[in-house]
Design a protein around this ligand. Sequence first.
Ligand SMILES: [Zn+2]
Length: 296
Amino acid sequence: MTLRNAVSTAIAYGLWPAIFASCIALNAQVMQQEYAFLWFNLLYLGLALTLFTLEHLKPFERSWLPNDGQILTDLSHTFFNKGAVQVLVAVGTVYGAAEALSPEASAIWPTQWPLWAQIILGLVIAEAGLYAAHRIAHEWAPLWRFHAIHHSTRRLTVINTGRFHFVDTAASIILSQPLLFLIGAPVEIFKWVSAITAFIGILTHCNVDMRFGWLSLVFNTPELHRWHHSKKLEEGNRNYGENLVIFDQIFGTYFRGDYRPPQDIGIHEPMPDGFLAQCIHPFRKEKRGPEMSGAD
Ligand SMILES: [Zn+2]
């Protein structure tokens, strides 16, 4: 192996952990600031711009680089649907949880554990709900109609990370947050879980040439998520994990092909192009069954 190849391999393996670790370290600083929510959004924007730049310097799939005509639609979903629902939930969680949870209610949460261990516990508990929500969105026709908007994209890039119908976003939050509430997780853990979900989420869509090794056995990496967007259901109805893939491993929905994931991704059913048309599309009459009935 030449030195050039060795450096290139080291960068490919090091990028994901380096970016993720930087986000964690910066988020620890952000959470101590007075205007933490504002700083968090700046950190997230910085991450998006970094990944966008890397997509053009070191793309995984060159055919996904050109504008697909969906940028305005993708960004509208991000700001008006995903963003708005998440802000509502964030405000509701921080204020609602702080006021609603009495010290007794959180007595079962292991506050004596080190912070990192509490965060891992929070991630695992949240993941149970996120996994269930995502799997139901694929396997139950009424929810698939909404989730199909996310899967109708023909390319994966940071730009369409937030391409979610608001019903889809709300359903996923409703199914995932109560578990943490019930077990009495402190607000700080909610904030950490939300931040890590945002970091791993935007990383899964980035079109950057990276390699993952053992990380794909634990985390939902871009490699695993590219399979999840495959048109072939035996590849696409897999890897439902949001942050961790432990439940995919446990329930047999984990998939990691030993060949290159497809560049021709998406769904087989029709989907309008415009933002508003996509918002009302799932409510319209000619409803199709879930992907399971219409694909290869
Ligand atoms: Zn999905």
